[in-house]
Design a protein around this ligand. Structure first.
Ligand SMILES: [Zn+2]
Ligand SMILES: [Zn+2]
Length: 645
Protein backbone atom coordinates (compact mmCIF):
# COMPACT_ATOMS: atom_id res chain seq x y z
CA UNK A 1 0.00 0.00 0.00
CA UNK A 2 3.05 2.21 0.02
CA UNK A 3 3.31 2.63 3.80
CA UNK A 4 6.04 1.05 5.90
CA UNK A 5 4.49 -0.79 8.84
CA UNK A 6 7.72 -1.35 10.75
CA UNK A 7 8.46 2.31 11.61
CA UNK A 8 6.59 4.61 14.05
CA UNK A 9 3.96 6.92 12.55
CA UNK A 10 5.99 9.99 13.51
CA UNK A 11 8.83 8.84 11.26
CA UNK A 12 6.71 8.29 8.14
CA UNK A 13 7.21 10.56 5.12
CA UNK A 14 4.47 13.13 4.33
CA UNK A 15 3.46 10.98 1.35
CA UNK A 16 3.07 7.90 3.54
CA UNK A 17 1.02 9.85 6.09
CA UNK A 18 -1.28 11.10 3.35
CA UNK A 19 -1.91 7.48 2.35
CA UNK A 20 -2.77 6.61 5.97
CA UNK A 21 -5.27 9.48 6.22
CA UNK A 22 -6.67 9.72 2.70
CA UNK A 23 -5.42 6.75 0.68
CA UNK A 24 -7.75 4.58 -1.42
CA UNK A 25 -9.34 1.45 0.00
CA UNK A 26 -7.21 -1.62 -0.80
CA UNK A 27 -8.47 -5.18 -0.80
CA UNK A 28 -5.87 -7.77 0.23
CA UNK A 29 -5.81 -11.50 0.56
CA UNK A 30 -4.09 -12.13 3.88
CA UNK A 31 -2.97 -15.00 6.04
CA UNK A 32 -3.61 -14.45 9.73
CA UNK A 33 -3.10 -16.29 12.99
CA UNK A 34 -5.89 -16.16 15.61
CA UNK A 35 -4.93 -15.33 19.20
CA UNK A 36 -5.92 -18.82 20.29
CA UNK A 37 -4.50 -21.81 18.51
CA UNK A 38 -1.72 -22.20 16.00
CA UNK A 39 -3.80 -22.60 12.83
CA UNK A 40 -3.41 -19.99 10.14
CA UNK A 41 -6.50 -18.82 8.28
CA UNK A 42 -6.97 -17.13 4.92
CA UNK A 43 -9.04 -13.97 4.66
CA UNK A 44 -10.02 -11.24 2.20
CA UNK A 45 -9.62 -7.92 4.02
CA UNK A 46 -10.24 -4.34 2.89
CA UNK A 47 -7.93 -1.69 4.32
CA UNK A 48 -9.68 1.71 4.58
CA UNK A 49 -7.94 4.99 5.33
CA UNK A 50 -8.02 6.52 8.84
CA UNK A 51 -10.46 9.35 8.07
CA UNK A 52 -13.01 6.99 6.51
CA UNK A 53 -12.64 4.55 9.42
CA UNK A 54 -13.45 7.23 12.02
CA UNK A 55 -16.35 8.65 9.98
CA UNK A 56 -17.73 5.17 9.48
CA UNK A 57 -17.45 4.36 13.19
CA UNK A 58 -19.17 7.64 14.07
CA UNK A 59 -22.04 6.90 11.69
CA UNK A 60 -22.48 3.43 13.14
CA UNK A 61 -22.10 4.38 16.82
CA UNK A 62 -25.42 3.61 18.45
CA UNK A 63 -24.82 4.35 22.13
CA UNK A 64 -22.76 6.46 24.55
CA UNK A 65 -20.05 3.82 24.68
CA UNK A 66 -19.65 3.71 20.92
CA UNK A 67 -19.51 7.50 20.71
CA UNK A 68 -16.95 7.63 23.48
CA UNK A 69 -14.69 5.22 21.60
CA UNK A 70 -14.75 7.47 18.53
CA UNK A 71 -14.59 10.71 20.51
CA UNK A 72 -10.83 10.58 21.05
CA UNK A 73 -10.30 10.88 17.29
CA UNK A 74 -12.59 13.91 17.00
CA UNK A 75 -12.30 17.51 18.09
CA UNK A 76 -15.02 20.12 18.36
CA UNK A 77 -14.69 23.63 16.96
CA UNK A 78 -16.90 26.51 15.87
CA UNK A 79 -18.88 25.86 12.70
CA UNK A 80 -16.94 27.11 9.67
CA UNK A 81 -20.03 28.55 7.95
CA UNK A 82 -21.55 30.60 10.77
CA UNK A 83 -18.47 30.69 13.07
CA UNK A 84 -20.58 29.52 15.99
CA UNK A 85 -23.40 32.05 15.70
CA UNK A 86 -25.90 29.31 14.71
CA UNK A 87 -27.36 31.67 12.09
CA UNK A 88 -27.40 31.20 8.31
CA UNK A 89 -25.99 33.82 5.94
CA UNK A 90 -29.57 34.91 5.15
CA UNK A 91 -30.37 35.47 8.81
CA UNK A 92 -27.14 37.39 9.28
CA UNK A 93 -27.74 39.68 6.29
CA UNK A 94 -30.07 42.39 7.73
CA UNK A 95 -28.39 45.07 9.84
CA UNK A 96 -30.01 47.19 12.55
CA UNK A 97 -28.00 50.12 13.92
CA UNK A 98 -24.95 48.65 12.21
CA UNK A 99 -25.22 45.20 13.76
CA UNK A 100 -26.50 41.91 12.41
CA UNK A 101 -28.48 39.49 14.56
CA UNK A 102 -25.40 37.44 15.49
CA UNK A 103 -23.46 40.52 16.62
CA UNK A 104 -26.43 41.78 18.62
CA UNK A 105 -26.74 38.39 20.31
CA UNK A 106 -23.10 38.44 21.38
CA UNK A 107 -23.56 41.64 23.40
CA UNK A 108 -23.96 41.68 27.15
CA UNK A 109 -27.41 42.53 28.45
CA UNK A 110 -26.09 45.93 29.59
CA UNK A 111 -24.82 46.78 26.11
CA UNK A 112 -27.87 45.30 24.39
CA UNK A 113 -30.26 47.41 26.46
CA UNK A 114 -28.39 50.59 25.43
CA UNK A 115 -28.42 49.50 21.80
CA UNK A 116 -32.13 48.60 21.78
CA UNK A 117 -33.07 52.01 23.19
CA UNK A 118 -31.69 53.64 20.04
CA UNK A 119 -33.22 51.19 17.56
CA UNK A 120 -36.60 52.91 16.81
CA UNK A 121 -34.84 56.23 16.03
CA UNK A 122 -32.57 54.52 13.52
CA UNK A 123 -35.42 53.15 11.40
CA UNK A 124 -37.68 54.59 8.67
CA UNK A 125 -40.47 56.72 10.20
CA UNK A 126 -43.21 54.29 9.09
CA UNK A 127 -41.52 51.43 10.96
CA UNK A 128 -40.98 53.29 14.21
CA UNK A 129 -44.33 52.62 15.97
CA UNK A 130 -43.93 48.87 15.54
CA UNK A 131 -40.25 48.97 16.53
CA UNK A 132 -41.04 51.03 19.61
CA UNK A 133 -43.49 48.36 20.70
CA UNK A 134 -41.03 45.51 20.26
CA UNK A 135 -38.19 47.40 21.91
CA UNK A 136 -40.32 48.30 24.91
CA UNK A 137 -41.19 44.70 25.60
CA UNK A 138 -37.49 43.80 25.33
CA UNK A 139 -36.56 46.55 27.77
CA UNK A 140 -39.30 45.50 30.16
CA UNK A 141 -37.78 42.02 30.46
CA UNK A 142 -34.26 43.44 30.54
CA UNK A 143 -35.16 45.80 33.40
CA UNK A 144 -35.89 42.80 35.66
CA UNK A 145 -32.69 40.98 34.73
CA UNK A 146 -30.63 44.15 35.15
CA UNK A 147 -32.25 44.76 38.54
CA UNK A 148 -31.13 41.27 39.57
CA UNK A 149 -27.56 42.15 38.65
CA UNK A 150 -27.31 40.02 35.50
CA UNK A 151 -26.36 42.84 33.10
CA UNK A 152 -22.90 41.37 32.58
CA UNK A 153 -24.22 38.15 30.98
CA UNK A 154 -23.89 37.85 27.19
CA UNK A 155 -27.22 37.15 25.47
CA UNK A 156 -25.83 34.09 23.67
CA UNK A 157 -24.33 32.61 26.85
CA UNK A 158 -25.23 28.90 27.05
CA UNK A 159 -27.73 28.26 29.85
CA UNK A 160 -25.72 25.29 31.10
CA UNK A 161 -22.73 27.52 31.90
CA UNK A 162 -24.65 29.76 34.33
CA UNK A 163 -23.96 29.45 38.05
CA UNK A 164 -26.79 28.19 40.27
CA UNK A 165 -27.49 31.70 41.54
CA UNK A 166 -27.50 33.18 38.03
CA UNK A 167 -29.87 30.50 36.75
CA UNK A 168 -32.20 30.99 39.71
CA UNK A 169 -32.39 34.72 38.98
CA UNK A 170 -33.01 34.18 35.25
CA UNK A 171 -35.85 31.81 36.17
CA UNK A 172 -37.31 34.39 38.55
CA UNK A 173 -37.30 37.06 35.86
CA UNK A 174 -39.03 34.64 33.50
CA UNK A 175 -41.65 33.79 36.11
CA UNK A 176 -42.56 37.47 36.37
CA UNK A 177 -42.72 37.85 32.60
CA UNK A 178 -45.09 34.89 32.25
CA UNK A 179 -47.67 36.68 34.42
CA UNK A 180 -48.74 33.54 36.28
CA UNK A 181 -51.50 33.53 38.89
CA UNK A 182 -52.10 31.15 41.77
CA UNK A 183 -48.64 29.59 41.61
CA UNK A 184 -46.61 28.87 44.76
CA UNK A 185 -42.99 29.92 44.27
CA UNK A 186 -40.44 28.57 46.75
CA UNK A 187 -37.12 30.42 46.77
CA UNK A 188 -34.22 28.84 48.66
CA UNK A 189 -31.85 31.57 49.88
CA UNK A 190 -32.21 33.72 46.75
CA UNK A 191 -30.15 36.54 48.30
CA UNK A 192 -26.97 34.44 48.36
CA UNK A 193 -24.18 36.17 46.50
CA UNK A 194 -26.30 39.27 45.80
CA UNK A 195 -24.94 42.76 46.22
CA UNK A 196 -27.27 44.88 48.39
CA UNK A 197 -28.35 46.82 45.28
CA UNK A 198 -29.45 43.56 43.63
CA UNK A 199 -31.41 42.58 46.74
CA UNK A 200 -33.60 45.57 45.79
CA UNK A 201 -34.15 43.95 42.37
CA UNK A 202 -34.95 40.64 44.05
CA UNK A 203 -37.51 42.27 46.32
CA UNK A 204 -39.07 43.93 43.25
CA UNK A 205 -39.50 40.53 41.58
CA UNK A 206 -41.03 39.03 44.72
CA UNK A 207 -43.49 41.94 45.05
CA UNK A 208 -44.49 41.57 41.37
CA UNK A 209 -45.10 37.82 41.76
CA UNK A 210 -47.28 38.42 44.83
CA UNK A 211 -49.14 41.30 43.15
CA UNK A 212 -50.07 38.98 40.26
CA UNK A 213 -51.82 36.66 42.73
CA UNK A 214 -49.02 34.17 43.37
CA UNK A 215 -47.63 33.04 46.73
CA UNK A 216 -43.92 33.36 47.42
CA UNK A 217 -42.27 31.32 50.18
CA UNK A 218 -38.67 32.33 50.72
CA UNK A 219 -36.06 30.69 52.94
CA UNK A 220 -33.46 33.32 53.79
CA UNK A 221 -31.16 34.89 56.38
CA UNK A 222 -30.89 38.37 54.86
CA UNK A 223 -32.58 40.75 57.27
CA UNK A 224 -33.59 43.09 54.43
CA UNK A 225 -35.43 40.22 52.70
CA UNK A 226 -37.06 39.17 55.98
CA UNK A 227 -38.25 42.70 56.71
CA UNK A 228 -39.95 42.85 53.30
CA UNK A 229 -42.13 39.79 53.97
CA UNK A 230 -45.83 39.90 54.86
CA UNK A 231 -45.59 36.90 57.18
CA UNK A 232 -42.56 35.45 58.95
CA UNK A 233 -42.06 31.93 60.31
CA UNK A 234 -38.99 31.55 62.51
CA UNK A 235 -37.63 28.07 63.12
CA UNK A 236 -35.31 27.04 65.92
CA UNK A 237 -34.28 27.38 68.59
CA UNK A 238 -30.96 25.85 67.61
CA UNK A 239 -29.62 23.77 64.75
CA UNK A 240 -29.82 19.99 64.72
CA UNK A 241 -31.71 17.60 66.98
CA UNK A 242 -32.81 20.31 69.43
CA UNK A 243 -34.26 22.48 66.67
CA UNK A 244 -37.21 21.93 64.38
CA UNK A 245 -39.75 24.04 66.27
CA UNK A 246 -41.62 27.14 65.13
CA UNK A 247 -40.51 29.67 67.73
CA UNK A 248 -42.25 32.76 66.39
CA UNK A 249 -44.53 33.71 63.53
CA UNK A 250 -46.60 36.62 62.35
CA UNK A 251 -46.02 39.97 60.71
CA UNK A 252 -42.56 41.51 60.93
CA UNK A 253 -43.84 43.73 63.75
CA UNK A 254 -45.30 40.79 65.67
CA UNK A 255 -42.13 38.71 65.42
CA UNK A 256 -39.99 41.71 66.35
CA UNK A 257 -42.08 42.10 69.52
CA UNK A 258 -41.99 38.38 70.36
CA UNK A 259 -39.60 37.75 73.29
CA UNK A 260 -38.90 34.15 72.23
CA UNK A 261 -37.70 35.19 68.77
CA UNK A 262 -33.97 35.13 68.12
CA UNK A 263 -34.16 37.24 64.98
CA UNK A 264 -36.27 39.96 66.65
CA UNK A 265 -33.39 42.24 67.70
CA UNK A 266 -32.18 42.33 64.09
CA UNK A 267 -35.66 43.12 62.72
CA UNK A 268 -36.19 46.03 65.08
CA UNK A 269 -32.67 47.45 64.60
CA UNK A 270 -32.00 47.13 68.32
CA UNK A 271 -28.55 45.77 67.66
CA UNK A 272 -25.86 48.05 66.44
CA UNK A 273 -24.35 47.09 63.09
CA UNK A 274 -20.89 48.11 64.21
CA UNK A 275 -19.70 45.69 66.86
CA UNK A 276 -16.00 45.65 66.18
CA UNK A 277 -13.61 48.25 67.42
CA UNK A 278 -11.99 49.53 64.25
CA UNK A 279 -8.71 51.40 63.97
CA UNK A 280 -8.71 55.14 63.44
CA UNK A 281 -8.63 56.25 59.83
CA UNK A 282 -5.14 57.70 60.22
CA UNK A 283 -3.84 54.37 61.58
CA UNK A 284 -5.19 52.04 58.89
CA UNK A 285 -1.84 51.70 57.10
CA UNK A 286 0.36 51.99 60.20
CA UNK A 287 1.32 48.28 60.06
CA UNK A 288 2.35 48.44 56.42
CA UNK A 289 1.05 47.88 52.91
CA UNK A 290 0.53 44.99 50.53
CA UNK A 291 0.73 46.55 47.07
CA UNK A 292 -0.13 44.77 43.85
CA UNK A 293 -0.08 46.06 40.27
CA UNK A 294 -1.90 43.97 37.66
CA UNK A 295 -2.54 44.12 33.93
CA UNK A 296 -5.89 43.37 32.30
CA UNK A 297 -7.31 39.92 33.11
CA UNK A 298 -10.76 38.86 31.83
CA UNK A 299 -12.91 41.98 32.26
CA UNK A 300 -10.78 43.40 35.07
CA UNK A 301 -8.85 46.48 33.99
CA UNK A 302 -5.20 47.13 34.97
CA UNK A 303 -5.24 47.88 38.70
CA UNK A 304 -3.13 49.24 41.53
CA UNK A 305 -4.34 47.55 44.70
CA UNK A 306 -3.22 48.81 48.11
CA UNK A 307 -4.15 46.61 51.07
CA UNK A 308 -3.45 47.65 54.67
CA UNK A 309 -1.51 44.99 56.58
CA UNK A 310 -2.84 43.54 59.82
CA UNK A 311 -6.37 44.82 59.22
CA UNK A 312 -9.82 43.48 58.30
CA UNK A 313 -10.29 44.40 54.64
CA UNK A 314 -13.58 43.92 52.74
CA UNK A 315 -13.58 43.64 48.94
CA UNK A 316 -17.06 44.59 47.71
CA UNK A 317 -18.98 45.13 44.48
CA UNK A 318 -21.87 43.70 42.43
CA UNK A 319 -21.48 40.17 41.01
CA UNK A 320 -19.17 40.08 38.02
CA UNK A 321 -17.37 43.26 39.09
CA UNK A 322 -14.03 41.45 39.40
CA UNK A 323 -13.69 40.79 43.14
CA UNK A 324 -12.87 37.12 42.61
CA UNK A 325 -10.37 37.88 39.84
CA UNK A 326 -8.51 40.39 41.99
CA UNK A 327 -8.41 38.33 45.18
CA UNK A 328 -8.54 34.65 44.21
CA UNK A 329 -6.87 34.79 40.78
CA UNK A 330 -4.33 37.52 41.45
CA UNK A 331 -3.58 38.28 45.12
CA UNK A 332 -3.45 34.72 46.48
CA UNK A 333 -1.42 33.17 43.62
CA UNK A 334 0.95 36.16 43.64
CA UNK A 335 1.52 35.99 47.41
CA UNK A 336 2.04 32.23 47.23
CA UNK A 337 4.46 32.54 44.32
CA UNK A 338 6.47 35.21 46.08
CA UNK A 339 6.61 33.24 49.34
CA UNK A 340 7.85 30.18 47.42
CA UNK A 341 10.41 32.25 45.51
CA UNK A 342 8.65 31.52 42.22
CA UNK A 343 7.68 33.80 39.34
CA UNK A 344 4.55 35.93 39.76
CA UNK A 345 1.51 35.05 37.63
CA UNK A 346 1.87 36.69 34.21
CA UNK A 347 -0.78 39.37 34.75
CA UNK A 348 0.64 40.43 38.13
CA UNK A 349 3.25 43.03 37.21
CA UNK A 350 4.45 43.85 40.70
CA UNK A 351 3.85 42.74 44.27
CA UNK A 352 5.23 44.41 47.37
CA UNK A 353 4.43 42.30 50.42
CA UNK A 354 7.51 42.17 52.58
CA UNK A 355 7.36 39.60 55.36
CA UNK A 356 4.20 37.89 54.09
CA UNK A 357 4.97 34.17 53.86
CA UNK A 358 1.53 32.62 53.85
CA UNK A 359 -1.71 33.18 51.95
CA UNK A 360 -4.58 30.96 53.08
CA UNK A 361 -7.98 30.70 51.42
CA UNK A 362 -10.41 29.52 54.09
CA UNK A 363 -13.42 28.17 52.22
CA UNK A 364 -16.58 26.40 53.31
CA UNK A 365 -15.97 23.08 51.56
CA UNK A 366 -16.56 20.02 53.76
CA UNK A 367 -13.68 18.66 55.84
CA UNK A 368 -12.50 15.11 55.24
CA UNK A 369 -13.93 12.74 52.69
CA UNK A 370 -14.90 9.90 55.03
CA UNK A 371 -16.70 9.30 58.30
CA UNK A 372 -13.44 8.56 60.13
CA UNK A 373 -12.61 12.26 60.40
CA UNK A 374 -14.25 13.66 63.53
CA UNK A 375 -14.18 16.98 65.34
CA UNK A 376 -11.81 15.41 67.90
CA UNK A 377 -9.34 14.07 65.33
CA UNK A 378 -9.45 17.20 63.15
CA UNK A 379 -8.87 19.52 66.09
CA UNK A 380 -5.97 17.30 67.21
CA UNK A 381 -7.61 16.43 70.52
CA UNK A 382 -8.10 12.72 70.09
CA UNK A 383 -4.42 11.68 70.26
CA UNK A 384 -4.02 13.50 73.58
CA UNK A 385 -7.15 11.84 74.95
CA UNK A 386 -5.89 8.40 73.92
CA UNK A 387 -2.63 8.98 75.78
CA UNK A 388 -4.51 10.26 78.82
CA UNK A 389 -6.73 7.19 78.94
CA UNK A 390 -3.74 4.86 78.51
CA UNK A 391 -2.28 6.43 81.69
CA UNK A 392 -5.44 5.61 83.71
CA UNK A 393 -5.21 2.76 86.24
CA UNK A 394 -7.98 0.83 84.49
CA UNK A 395 -6.00 0.83 81.25
CA UNK A 396 -2.72 -0.16 82.90
CA UNK A 397 -4.47 -3.03 84.71
CA UNK A 398 -5.97 -4.28 81.45
CA UNK A 399 -2.76 -3.78 79.47
CA UNK A 400 -4.31 -1.24 77.06
CA UNK A 401 -1.93 1.14 75.30
CA UNK A 402 -2.68 4.51 73.65
CA UNK A 403 -2.80 2.85 70.23
CA UNK A 404 -5.58 0.53 71.39
CA UNK A 405 -7.85 3.55 71.91
CA UNK A 406 -7.76 4.51 68.24
CA UNK A 407 -11.20 3.91 66.75
CA UNK A 408 -9.57 3.49 63.35
CA UNK A 409 -6.95 0.84 64.06
CA UNK A 410 -7.00 0.14 67.81
CA UNK A 411 -8.07 -3.09 69.46
CA UNK A 412 -10.85 -1.27 71.33
CA UNK A 413 -12.70 -0.20 68.18
CA UNK A 414 -16.18 -1.60 67.62
CA UNK A 415 -15.83 -4.81 65.59
CA UNK A 416 -19.31 -4.52 64.08
CA UNK A 417 -18.81 -1.18 62.33
CA UNK A 418 -15.00 -1.28 62.31
CA UNK A 419 -14.91 2.00 64.22
CA UNK A 420 -16.97 4.06 61.79
CA UNK A 421 -20.01 4.28 64.07
CA UNK A 422 -22.33 3.43 61.21
CA UNK A 423 -23.04 0.48 58.97
CA UNK A 424 -24.52 0.46 55.51
CA UNK A 425 -27.38 -1.91 54.73
CA UNK A 426 -27.86 -3.40 51.30
CA UNK A 427 -31.59 -2.98 50.67
CA UNK A 428 -32.73 -4.79 47.55
CA UNK A 429 -33.93 -2.56 44.69
CA UNK A 430 -33.09 0.56 46.72
CA UNK A 431 -29.94 2.56 47.33
CA UNK A 432 -27.83 1.42 50.31
CA UNK A 433 -29.08 2.74 53.64
CA UNK A 434 -26.61 3.91 56.29
CA UNK A 435 -27.71 3.45 59.89
CA UNK A 436 -26.12 3.99 63.29
CA UNK A 437 -24.17 0.91 64.36
CA UNK A 438 -26.54 -1.15 66.56
CA UNK A 439 -23.72 -2.52 68.75
CA UNK A 440 -21.83 0.63 69.73
CA UNK A 441 -24.71 3.06 69.17
CA UNK A 442 -22.43 5.22 67.04
CA UNK A 443 -19.73 5.54 69.71
CA UNK A 444 -17.26 3.62 67.46
CA UNK A 445 -15.90 1.66 70.45
CA UNK A 446 -16.25 -1.95 71.62
CA UNK A 447 -17.93 -2.52 74.99
CA UNK A 448 -14.53 -3.17 76.65
CA UNK A 449 -13.80 0.56 76.27
CA UNK A 450 -16.70 1.41 78.58
CA UNK A 451 -14.96 -0.23 81.52
CA UNK A 452 -11.79 1.83 81.17
CA UNK A 453 -12.40 5.00 83.11
CA UNK A 454 -10.51 8.09 84.06
CA UNK A 455 -11.19 10.02 87.23
CA UNK A 456 -12.22 13.54 86.34
CA UNK A 457 -11.03 16.62 88.16
CA UNK A 458 -14.00 18.66 87.13
CA UNK A 459 -14.27 22.39 87.40
CA UNK A 460 -15.80 23.21 90.78
CA UNK A 461 -19.56 22.90 91.03
CA UNK A 462 -19.94 21.68 87.49
CA UNK A 463 -19.34 17.97 87.98
CA UNK A 464 -22.36 17.33 90.14
CA UNK A 465 -24.71 18.81 87.58
CA UNK A 466 -22.99 17.15 84.65
CA UNK A 467 -25.17 14.75 82.73
CA UNK A 468 -22.93 12.02 81.43
CA UNK A 469 -23.98 11.07 77.93
CA UNK A 470 -24.03 7.42 77.08
CA UNK A 471 -24.84 6.08 73.70
CA UNK A 472 -25.03 2.41 74.59
CA UNK A 473 -28.62 2.33 75.78
CA UNK A 474 -28.76 -1.24 77.12
CA UNK A 475 -25.93 -0.71 79.56
CA UNK A 476 -26.96 2.80 80.43
CA UNK A 477 -28.29 2.37 83.96
CA UNK A 478 -25.45 0.17 85.12
CA UNK A 479 -22.92 2.66 83.81
CA UNK A 480 -24.36 5.75 85.38
CA UNK A 481 -24.36 3.94 88.75
CA UNK A 482 -20.69 3.22 88.37
CA UNK A 483 -20.05 6.77 87.26
CA UNK A 484 -21.38 8.59 90.28
CA UNK A 485 -18.90 7.98 93.05
CA UNK A 486 -20.38 10.64 95.29
CA UNK A 487 -18.96 13.94 96.43
CA UNK A 488 -18.96 15.34 92.90
CA UNK A 489 -16.23 12.94 91.80
CA UNK A 490 -16.99 11.27 88.51
CA UNK A 491 -15.09 9.06 86.15
CA UNK A 492 -15.53 8.90 82.42
CA UNK A 493 -14.84 6.43 79.65
CA UNK A 494 -13.45 7.60 76.30
CA UNK A 495 -16.71 6.77 74.45
CA UNK A 496 -18.59 8.92 76.97
CA UNK A 497 -16.18 11.79 76.48
CA UNK A 498 -16.45 11.53 72.69
CA UNK A 499 -20.24 11.82 72.99
CA UNK A 500 -19.89 15.14 74.84
CA UNK A 501 -20.10 18.55 73.28
CA UNK A 502 -17.00 20.74 73.24
CA UNK A 503 -18.41 22.85 76.08
CA UNK A 504 -19.27 19.79 78.20
CA UNK A 505 -15.81 18.35 77.60
CA UNK A 506 -14.23 21.65 78.66
CA UNK A 507 -15.66 21.17 82.14
CA UNK A 508 -14.09 17.72 82.60
CA UNK A 509 -10.65 18.15 81.03
CA UNK A 510 -9.11 20.89 83.17
CA UNK A 511 -6.22 18.55 84.08
CA UNK A 512 -5.34 17.93 80.41
CA UNK A 513 -3.56 21.11 79.42
CA UNK A 514 -3.32 20.65 75.64
CA UNK A 515 -6.83 19.24 75.28
CA UNK A 516 -8.25 22.02 77.39
CA UNK A 517 -6.49 24.70 75.32
CA UNK A 518 -7.72 23.26 72.02
CA UNK A 519 -11.27 22.87 73.31
CA UNK A 520 -11.16 26.49 74.46
CA UNK A 521 -10.19 27.52 70.93
CA UNK A 522 -13.18 25.61 69.50
CA UNK A 523 -15.41 27.30 72.06
CA UNK A 524 -14.05 30.72 71.08
CA UNK A 525 -14.74 29.92 67.41
CA UNK A 526 -18.40 29.54 68.36
CA UNK A 527 -18.25 25.75 67.98
CA UNK A 528 -18.88 24.85 71.63
CA UNK A 529 -22.02 22.92 70.71
CA UNK A 530 -20.27 20.44 68.37
CA UNK A 531 -19.90 16.88 69.65
CA UNK A 532 -16.32 15.57 69.82
CA UNK A 533 -17.23 12.39 67.94
CA UNK A 534 -19.21 14.19 65.23
CA UNK A 535 -18.03 13.27 61.70
CA UNK A 536 -16.57 16.39 60.05
CA UNK A 537 -18.00 15.73 56.55
CA UNK A 538 -21.47 16.28 58.07
CA UNK A 539 -20.66 19.79 59.34
CA UNK A 540 -22.27 22.81 57.68
CA UNK A 541 -20.16 25.06 55.47
CA UNK A 542 -19.93 27.75 58.15
CA UNK A 543 -18.90 25.21 60.79
CA UNK A 544 -16.26 23.68 58.51
CA UNK A 545 -14.92 27.15 57.75
CA UNK A 546 -14.43 27.98 61.42
CA UNK A 547 -13.07 24.53 62.34
CA UNK A 548 -10.39 24.96 59.66
CA UNK A 549 -9.18 28.00 61.59
CA UNK A 550 -8.78 26.03 64.84
CA UNK A 551 -5.10 25.29 64.24
CA UNK A 552 -4.41 28.94 63.33
CA UNK A 553 -5.83 30.59 66.43
CA UNK A 554 -3.54 31.82 69.17
CA UNK A 555 -0.49 31.89 66.89
CA UNK A 556 1.41 34.97 65.78
CA UNK A 557 0.02 35.70 62.31
CA UNK A 558 1.82 38.85 61.16
CA UNK A 559 3.28 36.92 58.20
CA UNK A 560 -0.11 35.61 57.05
CA UNK A 561 -2.95 36.73 54.80
CA UNK A 562 -6.29 34.98 55.34
CA UNK A 563 -8.83 35.18 52.53
CA UNK A 564 -12.53 34.40 52.92
CA UNK A 565 -14.86 34.17 49.90
CA UNK A 566 -18.38 35.22 50.97
CA UNK A 567 -18.04 33.52 54.38
CA UNK A 568 -21.45 34.64 55.65
CA UNK A 569 -23.44 32.68 53.06
CA UNK A 570 -26.24 30.82 54.85
CA UNK A 571 -25.33 32.25 58.27
CA UNK A 572 -27.86 33.58 60.78
CA UNK A 573 -27.11 37.19 61.79
CA UNK A 574 -26.01 35.80 65.18
CA UNK A 575 -23.43 33.56 63.50
CA UNK A 576 -22.21 36.51 61.42
CA UNK A 577 -21.34 38.17 64.73
CA UNK A 578 -19.45 35.09 65.90
CA UNK A 579 -17.52 35.13 62.62
CA UNK A 580 -16.70 38.81 63.06
CA UNK A 581 -15.30 37.92 66.48
CA UNK A 582 -13.09 35.29 64.82
CA UNK A 583 -11.83 37.85 62.27
CA UNK A 584 -11.10 40.19 65.15
CA UNK A 585 -8.97 37.57 66.92
CA UNK A 586 -7.01 36.84 63.74
CA UNK A 587 -6.36 40.55 63.21
CA UNK A 588 -5.40 40.93 66.87
CA UNK A 589 -2.68 38.30 66.37
CA UNK A 590 -1.31 40.26 63.43
CA UNK A 591 -3.05 38.64 60.46
CA UNK A 592 -4.23 40.49 57.37
CA UNK A 593 -7.81 39.34 56.73
CA UNK A 594 -9.29 39.91 53.27
CA UNK A 595 -13.00 39.14 52.90
CA UNK A 596 -14.97 39.11 49.64
CA UNK A 597 -18.39 40.03 50.94
CA UNK A 598 -21.91 41.33 50.25
CA UNK A 599 -23.07 41.20 53.87
CA UNK A 600 -23.48 44.75 55.16
CA UNK A 601 -22.73 43.74 58.76
CA UNK A 602 -19.30 42.49 57.78
CA UNK A 603 -18.63 45.41 55.43
CA UNK A 604 -19.59 47.96 58.09
CA UNK A 605 -17.16 46.34 60.53
CA UNK A 606 -14.17 46.30 58.19
CA UNK A 607 -11.20 48.59 58.78
CA UNK A 608 -10.86 49.23 55.06
CA UNK A 609 -13.07 48.67 52.01
CA UNK A 610 -12.04 48.16 48.40
CA UNK A 611 -15.18 48.65 46.29
CA UNK A 612 -15.10 47.20 42.75
CA UNK A 613 -17.42 48.06 39.89
CA UNK A 614 -19.29 50.10 39.04
CA UNK A 615 -21.21 47.34 37.19
CA UNK A 616 -20.45 43.74 36.30
CA UNK A 617 -18.51 42.32 33.34
CA UNK A 618 -17.36 44.92 30.78
CA UNK A 619 -18.86 47.74 32.84
CA UNK A 620 -16.97 46.64 35.95
CA UNK A 621 -13.40 45.65 36.72
CA UNK A 622 -12.31 48.96 38.23
CA UNK A 623 -11.69 50.07 41.79
CA UNK A 624 -14.52 52.55 42.32
CA UNK A 625 -13.74 53.61 45.85
CA UNK A 626 -11.45 52.75 48.76
CA UNK A 627 -11.62 53.86 52.35
CA UNK A 628 -13.14 53.29 55.76
CA UNK A 629 -16.85 52.39 55.88
CA UNK A 630 -17.62 56.07 56.62
CA UNK A 631 -15.61 57.24 53.61
CA UNK A 632 -17.29 54.67 51.33
CA UNK A 633 -20.73 55.67 52.63
CA UNK A 634 -19.96 59.30 51.76
CA UNK A 635 -18.58 58.46 48.30
CA UNK A 636 -21.17 59.27 45.60
CA UNK A 637 -19.46 56.89 43.12
CA UNK A 638 -19.90 53.80 45.29
CA UNK A 639 -23.11 51.79 44.93
CA UNK A 640 -22.10 49.80 48.01
CA UNK A 641 -21.74 53.06 49.93
CA UNK A 642 -25.44 53.87 49.50
CA UNK A 643 -26.31 50.84 51.63
CA UNK A 644 -23.86 51.73 54.41
CA UNK A 645 -25.57 55.03 55.21
ZN1 LIG B 1 -23.13 26.90 11.57
ZN1 LIG C 1 -20.12 -0.05 66.08
Amino acid sequence: MGVRTNVPFSELTPEERDIVFNGPAVKKHILYKPKKGDDFAELDFTYFNAVYTVENALAKAKDEKGLKRVARFLKEGPCADCSGTRLSAVARAPHVRGLNLAEAGAMTLDAAADWVRGVPESLRPDMRPMATNICESFLDVARRLLGLGLGYLALDRAGATLSTGERQRVQLARAVRNRTTGVLYVLDEPSIGLHPSNVDGLLGVMYDLAADGNSVVVVDHDVRVLKACDHLIEMGLVAGAEGGHVIAQGTVGEVAANPSSRIAPFLSDQVSARIRERVAESQVFSLGHIRMTTSQLHTVKPLDVDIPRGRLVAVTGVSGSGKTTVVLESLIPALKAQAAGERLPEHVLELKAEGINRANLIDATPIGANVRSTVATYADIHDELRRAFARADDAKAGGWKAGDFSYNTGRLRCPTCDGTGSISLDVQFLPDVTIECPDCGGSRYASEADAIRRAVKAAKGKAAKMKVPDKRKAAKEKLSEATDQGGGNISLSLPQLMAMSVDQALAVTSDLKKVHARLTTLHDLGLGYLTLGEPTPALSGGEAQRLKLASEMGKAQSDAVFVFDEPTIGLHPFDVRVLLGVFDRLVASGATVVVIEHDLDVIANADWIIDMGPGGGESGGRIVATGTPEQIAANPNSITGRYLR
